[in-house]
Design a binder for this molecule. Sequence first.
Ligand code: SF4
Length: 215
Amino acid sequence: MIKATPQLKRRAAEVLRRLRAEYPDADCELDFSNPLELVMAAILSAQCTDKRVNLVTPALFKKYRTAADWARTPQATLEKEIRSTGFYRNKAKNIRALGAALAKQFGGRLPEDLDTLVTLPGIGRKTANLLLVSAFRRPGIIVDTHFKRLSARLGFTDNEDPDKIEFDLKAIVPEKDWGAWSHAMVFHGRRCCYARKPECPRCPVRGLCPSAGKV
Ligand code: SF4
C-alpha cells in the first residue's frame, strides 16, 4: 500500500496543476442536459467510445424524457436503438430496470448520494461518482480504465481494484480537487498517456512520473 505522505500529496498537486494547464476544458465527454440523460449515457458507454454514445443519444433523449419512458419501452425496441454501442442486451435490460426503479422509488429523479446510487440497477461506483461530479457538482473520484492506468503509472496507487484505487486517491488529493483530478486523468489518458505507447517525451508531467520512458 502506498502511503499518502506530504511529498506524495505535493507531487499530486503539481501533476494536477500541470494537467489543468494542459487541458483547461477537461470535463465529462458524454453529451447530456440532465442527470437522467447522463446516467443513461454512462450505461451506454461501457465498452464503447463516448463519441459513439454521443451519436446515439440525441434521438434517444428526444424520445425518452422521463424515467418511466425508459421503463415502458419494450426490450426489443431499445435493443435495436442502442445496438451500435455494443452489449446492447444487457445495457437495454439495465436501462429499463433503472428507469423502473427510479420511477417507482424516487419519483423519477436520481438520488444525489453515492450509497443510494450504487443500489440502483446498472450503477456501480464509477457511474455513481460520475453523477456526483458531473451532474450534481459534488466531490467524487471516477475510476475508469484511464484513471486506473495513470494512477499506477504515476505511482499514486499499487492497487488493481477500482474501489481501493478510489480510496488511495482520496487520501492523496484534496476533496475539492477530486472531480478535476478525475477529468484531468481521463483527458490525459485519451490524449497522451495511451495504454500502449504513451507519448512520454511530450508529456507535461514527465518530470514527475516514475514511469516516464519505461512503459
Ligand atoms: S510520463 Fe509517460 S507514463 Fe508518465 S504520465 Fe506521462 S505519458 Fe504517462
